[in-house]
Write a protein that binds this ligand. Structure first.
Ligand code: ADP
Ligand code: MG
Length: 245
């Protein structure tokens, strides 16, 4: 994946991406961190043409993403949206997960196998017949992840996959992401799980990449993080204050 000087403006004129360039190698796992409003979600939506840039180019396997090839690109590039309600739209868990593979032209047997695997990967076994709108937020998030896994994309973008998950599930999602045979681009405000499952981290600031490097080097660069409005050491400082009493 390669983004070259992406510029994106929303209808109200707000510039969300301001000439952003970024390259991710096949099989790499890249984390994206940054203050709220830095442009992370807007960037992710460019991966498979949900949004198209005002100028600049997003390339997947050297192919520029355009309006006319976006549908084809989506069979290779999946995005797990921040809000699972944006991802789930059929009555049952099973139908939601089967939708992608069926759309790709998989046979009923192949589709069943993929649904089964995705359910097991997300620890959703036995929930196939449940109605998606009756699930808890955490369960919906797991089903949303399963719908993308079932497509077996070679590039997967995750927007805040750890938000509103209990700690045990965070650990499971970290392990899952580490085991995926795909290029992973992962947005997270929660920097610790992001560090645990990525090789490199990019720091977004005002629609640009302010810094990029090996995850643990970025985590140590307090000046960079502070300048970009990220407070990684927040819990540490609160703990110091409590412990000092
Ligand atoms: N639908 C929208 N309409 C107008 N402005 C938007 C919209 N979505 C996001 N923005 C603006 O674009 C900028 C980047 O937003 P976003 O990509 O959501 O940031 P992040 O995911 O890093 O929090 C912010 O200034 C935000 O207010
Ligand atoms: Mg966002």
């Amino acid at each position: 994946m390669e983004a070259d000087r992406l510029v994106y403006r929303y209808a109200d004129g707000r510039v969300a991406l301001d000439g952003l360039s970024l390259r991710v190698e096949p099989g790499e796992r890249l984390g994206i961190i940054g203050a709220s409003g830095a442009g992370k979600s807007t960037f992710l939506l460019h991966l498979n043409g949900v949004l198209l840039p005002y100028s600049g180019v997003m390339k997947i396997d050297n192919e520029p993403v355009r309006r006319d090839n976006a549908m084809r690109i989506r069979s290779r590039v999946g995005i797990v949206f921040q809000n699972p309600d944006d991802q789930l739209f059929t009555p049952t868990v099973e139908e939601d997960i089967a939708f992608g593979p069926l759309n790709l032209g998989c046979s009923p047997e192949e589709t069943r196998a993929r649904v089964h695997t995705a359910l097991a990967q997300m620890r959703l076994d036995g929930m196939e017949k449940r109605s998606t709108h009756e699930l808890s937020f955490g369960e919906k998030r797991r089903v949303a992840l399963a719908t993308v896994l079932a497509m077996q994309p070679s590039v997967i973008g995750f927007d805040e996959p750890f938000a509103n998950l209990d700690p045990g599930m965070v650990e499971q999602v970290v392990d899952l992401i580490r085991s995926l045979p795909a290029t992973v681009i992962l947005i997270s405000q929660e920097i610790l799980p992001a560090l645990a499952c990525t090789d490199r981290v990019a720091v977004f600031h005002h629609g640009k990449v302010a810094g990029i490097g090996p995850s643990f080097e970025i985590a140590r660069d307090q000046a960079l993080l502070r300048q970009c409005g990220i407070d990684f050491h927040f819990y540490g400082r609160i703990w110091d204050r409590i412990a000092a009493r």
